[in-house]
Design a protein around this ligand. Sequence first.
Ligand code: ADP
Ligand code: MG
Length: 702
Amino acid sequence: MSQITLHTPIEYLKGVGPSKAELLKKELEIFTCHDLLHLFPFRYVDRSKFYKINELSSMEADVQIIGKITKLEEQPGKGRSKRLTGRFEDETGYVELIWFQGARWIKSALKLNQEYVLFGKPSVFNNRYSFAHPELELMADFKASPLQGLQPVYPSTEKLNSRGLNARGLAKLTKTLLPVIKGQIEDFYPEPLRESLNLAPLEASYFETHFPKNLERLEKARYRLKFDEFLFIQLEMVRQKLVHQRDYRGFVFEGLGEKFNKFYEEVLPFELTGAQKRVLKEIRKDLMHGRHMNRLVQGDVGSGKTIVALMCMLMALDNGFQACMMAPTEILANQHYNGIIELTEPLGLEVRLLTGSVKTAERREIHQKLEDGTLDILIGTHALIEDKVKFKNLGLAVVDEQHRFGVAQRAKLWKKNTLPPHVLIMTATPIPRTLAMTAYGNLDISVIDELPPGRKPITTVHRYDTNRLAVFGFLKEEIAKGRQVYIVYPLIEESTAMDYKDLMDGYESVVRAFPRPDYQVSIVHGKMKAADKDLEMQRFAEGKTQIMVATTVIEVGVNVPNASVMIIESSERFGLSQLHQLRGRVGRGAEQSFCILMTGAKLSNDAKTRIKTMVRTNDGFEISEVDMKLRGPGDMMGTRQSGMLNLKIADLLHDGEILQAAKNAVVSILKEDPQLENPKYARLVQVFNAKTKGKLQWGRIS
Ligand code: ADP
Ligand code: MG
C-alpha cells in the first residue's frame, strides 16, 4: 500500500491486518482510517500524575503509583483455581494487589523489588487499599512508551478486548494513525471566520482530542469538533427553513376579524396565559407576512395548546379560508370536535367531524361542503388526508400530538391547495430544547411554558402490587367524594393476547372490588368498535360511570375535569413520556388530583429512575430531559430522525450552549450568503455534500 489516506481501509494501517480489521468493522463499524479518526475517547485518565500511597482516597477513579512489588503469593481460590495476592510499596506505605485469574502466569511475569508503575482503581478492603487486576509496567518500559500524559480511553467491547484491542490497544492504533495522516486534514472554515468563532484549527483538534497535551487544550479541541457536528446539522436545518420560506409563499391573513374578536371578547371562558398570548402573537406574525408558516408549538400537558389552535383557525376563517385539525386517534378527534362545537356555538360556524367510522352518506355531504366552501372547520383523524378530501380553500392545518404523524403524512396536507396551507403542529409532551432544535430545526418553534393559573400540582406516589387493597380503599374514599378514576393497563402493542388477558383480568377484579349498583365501571380499549368506545367515553365524561378501565388509547388529549385519580398498572412497563401524558389526564379540575404508579416488586434501574422522576416532578420539560438521558435522542424521536441524531462527540444533554453557538453561526453565514456561493465556502460545501453522501447537494437548491 502506498500512502495511507483517510479513505484507506483500516486493515492497511500498521498493527491492524485482516483479522483485526474484521473485528473493528463488526464491533465498532470502523471500515477506514477516517472511521478510526472519528472513534473518540469517552474519557481520559491523567497519566502525567503520580500518587503516593498515603494520598489515596477511595473516590479516585484510576490512579498511578510508582513503587515496588515486595511480595507475591499464590493462594487457594474457589474450586481448583488459584488466586494471586501481592504487596506493592512506596516510601509512604503499601497496598494489596489481587488477581483472581491467571495466578501462575502473572506471578512468573512480574519481578520482585524492581521499580514499577501501577495503574488501577483503588478500593478499600480490610481497612487497606487494594487493587484488583492492576496494570503494571516496568518503569523502564513506561518511560520508553509513547503513551504518556492524558490518556484517551476508547469504548471497547469484550471481543475486542480479548484480541488485544482494549482501550490501550485502540489508543496505540490512533497513536499510529495520527502521524501518518498529518497534513491531510484541511480546515473548512475561512480563516477569519474560524478566528471570529474562536475555534481551534481542525487538524490540531483531532490530534488533541485523541492525545491532549493538557485539559485546557482538550477542552478547546473537543469544543471545535462538537461545534462542527452541530454546525452541519444546523446548516441542513436552517437551509431547509430558508428554502421553504423562499419557495413557499403562503396565504396572507390580512388581520383579525369578526369571528376572532367575538370569540376573544364574548366567548373565551378564561383569560389567556401570558405564554398563550405570546405564542398567538408569534403565529399571527407568520400569517400576516405571506410566508408559509411551518410552526411547532411545544407545551406541557394541560398548558392549553388546543385553545391556541382554535384561535388560529378563527383567524383563517376571518380571512375567508377553511381550517382543519388532525388528531391521532378517534377518541381525541371526537373530543376536539365536541369541545370546538361547544366553544364556537355562538359564532354560528359549520364544523364537521371526519373519521374512519363516518358513514358514506355523511362523508359525501362533508366532501361536497368542503368543495363548495360552506364547511368552515373540519376535524378528524388520518381520514383527513385521503385523496378524496378536497378543500375549496384550506388556509390552516393544525396537526395535534405530532409524534404520531409522519412527515410524509403532513406533506400530503399540502397537496390540497394551490398554495400550501399554513401548518401548525402541536407536540403531545415537551421534548428537550436541544432535541427540538436538532430534530425540528427546520421548523419555527414556539413554546407555551406556563400552565393556566389555579392548577394544583398532581400528587404522585409509587405503590407495589401487594398494596392494591389499600389503593382500592383510597379509591373508594375519592369516589365517595364524587371524584372519578382512571385505571390504565399497559398494552404496548395493542395486539398480543397476553396483554388483553391482563386487561380483562384487571377489569374483572375491579368490577369485583367495585360492585354494581354502587359503582359503575367503564372499559375502553383499541379492539372495540369506535362507536362503542365513544359511548363508554361519553358515559364516563357525563359522570355516569366512576371508574374507567382503559388501555393507553386514552393517553393523549382526553379531557374529563372531574376525573382526579389516575392509576397506572405495571407502570414499570411504560416510558416516561407516556407516563407523563397519562398523568396529564388528571389535574384538570379544581380538585386535588392523584397519580398512583403500581409496579411489581422487581424493578430495573431504568424503571426505578422513571418512577422516581415521576414522583419527584410534574414538569414535562424536566421529565423529557431524563427521558433523553435514559433512552438517547434517537430512540426518543423514533427511528426516522435517528440517523441525524447519531452524534459522535457532541451530546444534546450537555452541549446546549455549543449547539446554540453553532446555530447562530449558521444563521449569520446564510444571512450573508444564502447559497454559499462565495468561493471561501467551497471547502465547507464540499464537506457538507460528502457528509450527506450526495443526497443533499448544496448546489442543487437554487
Ligand atoms: P394541552 O396543551 O394538553 O392540549 P388543553 O388545550 O387540552 O391542553 O387544555 C387543558 C385545559 O385547560 C382545557 O380544559 C382548557 O380549556 C383549559 N385552559 C386552556 N387555557 C386556559 C387558560 N388560559 N386559563 C384557564 N384554563 C385554560
Ligand atoms: Mg392537547
